[in-house]
Design a binder for this molecule. Structure first.
Ligand code: ATP
Ligand code: MG
Length: 291
């Protein structure tokens, strides 16, 4: 980690930090675009402590991105509450930042200017924001690419810019939506290591949505397992394995097996529910035909 970045942060390890940081109480999200009414999340309640690394896994389309967007203040719950340090989150908070699933870089700004963006909004001086952005670009291995534009970058490079941009404002909470899924495995592994190091050296709280179970087990203190849409909490699995974690360790394999079977059970029961409703439809049709 670069001198600026580590010096700008609290450096206690996560051990001993136990303060409630993010809290969701009975959060439901319904998208109403008549005639469509989609319940994305149903009655979600959980708490994340300061410095905790929470991974969120769940079937595709269950509402994971919606959940992160609401914590980021980019969308609001239909009912229920989201709190950061005890205060209601109703709009984007300067201490909560997000790394998006689809990079979301500003195409007309260079790499450096993209990383500087949040600091610019906060009114940080040009010299200071450039120093911070250059430090972070060095940290994510993009020192030489500062002047390039997003269209000149590979997916992995774009995601590195996204991570640097999220960290530039020195957030307390970092939300990551499948941050490593659109990049090759080697790049993903090195970024995961970088994120794990930032997490272990700072008191930042991380919430990472991922489809990659080994990734979740490698990084998380706890894993939140969601059901199919509308997402409900199926389980919260603690990962009490010493870091760095080896995917071949017995406990690692056991947690992988447990969560995998939870997700499989969830998908199977959703397919069954779907089939049952199809069968009912069919029966209704037959009843109508018989009349
Ligand atoms: N702005 C929106 N308007 C209407 N419906 C939406 C909106 N955003 C999401 N949805 C719906 O809410 C549901 C959950 O979407 P979301 O993107 O949160 O899922 P996800 O778990 O992140 O999926 P994936 O794993 O594919 O990224 C989906 O059915 C989606 O169509
Ligand atoms: Mg998503």
């Amino acid at each position: 980690m670069t001198a600026h970045f580590s010096s700008g942060l609290k450096t206690e390890s996560n051990g001993g930090v136990n303060e409630l940081h993010v809290e969701l109480s009975n959060v439901t999200k319904i998208y109403e675009e008549p005639p469509e009414v989609i319940t994305a999340l149903h009655n979600i309640s959980f708490q994340v402590n300061e410095g905790e690394f929470l991974c969120i896994v769940g079937p595709s389309g269950c509402g994971k991105s919606t959940l992160l967007r609401m914590i980021a203040g980019l969308d609001s719950p239909s009912s229920g509450e989201i709190r950061f340090r005890g205060s209601l989150v109703t709009s984007p908070h300067p201490k909560i930042s997000m790394v998006f699933q689809a990079f979301a870089l500003l195409p007309w700004r260079t790499v450096l200017q993209n990383v500087e963006f949040g600091l610019e909004v906060q009114g940080t001086s040009k010299a200071r924001r450039e120093a911070i952005a250059r430090d972070l670009l060095e940290m994510v291995g993009l020192k030489e690419s500062a002047k390039l534009f997003p269209k000149q970058l590979s997916g992995g490079m774009k995601q590195r810019v996204g991570i640097a941009r999220a960290l530039a404002i020195d957030p307390e909470v970092v939300l990551m939506d499948e941050a490593f899924s659109a990049i090759d495995e080697f790049t993903a592994e090195s970024l995961r290591e970088e994120v794990a190091e930032i997490h272990s050296k700072t008191k930042k709280t991380f919430l990472l949505v991922t489809h990659n179970l080994p990734e979740a087990i490698e990084l998380a203190d706890r894993i939140l397992v969601l059901s199919t849409r509308p997402a409900r909490i199926k389980s919260i699995v603690p990962v009490e394995i010493e870091r760095p974690r080896s995917p071949t360790a017995t406990e690692f394999v056991a947690i992988h097996r447990d969560i995998y079977s939870l997700l499989k059970e969830e998908l199977e029961s959703s397919i069954m529910r779907h089939r049952l409703s199809e069968l009912k439809e069919l029966q209704n049709l037959r009843d109508i035909e018989d009349r």
